[in-house]
Ligand binder design. Structure first.
Ligand code: SF4
Length: 98
């Protein structure tokens, strides 16, 4: 047997909608928002902040770094910036822009 399952080997189940997500990137996600710092602008993931993830507040076109820090703190900002991969495959929170 060798642990192989002949019935499932080589098969891959693709659920409806999953294919689109597999091809999606952070850049196409509505939570992907530029954060304006004093000297540079970097993209971050606003899905980390409950107010945006739950829809309690509209996702802005951009956000000042100071406002992000005021809302969630510096550590959360670093985490949100490190989380995005502009060209990388989207995560489970992916939500298409539109
Ligand atoms: S990490 Fe997920 S939720 Fe955040 S911008 Fe990328 S795809 Fe969207």
């Amino acid at each position: 047997m060798g642990g192989a399952n002949a019935l499932y080997e080589g098969h891959r189940l693709m659920l409806p909608g999953l294919k689109d997500r597999a091809a999606a990137t952070c850049q196409g996600c509505r939570f992907y928002v530029p954060i304006l710092g004093r000297q540079e602008t970097r993209p971050a993931c606003l899905a980390d902040l409950d107010i945006y993830l739950t829809g309690a507040r509209r996702i802005p076109a951009h956000l000042r770094a100071g406002d992000f820090i005021w809302q969630a703190g510096k550590e959360a900002l670093v985490k949100a910036v490190n989380k995005v991969r502009p060209e990388g495959q989207a995560c489970g929170f992916y939500c298409p822009r539109g």
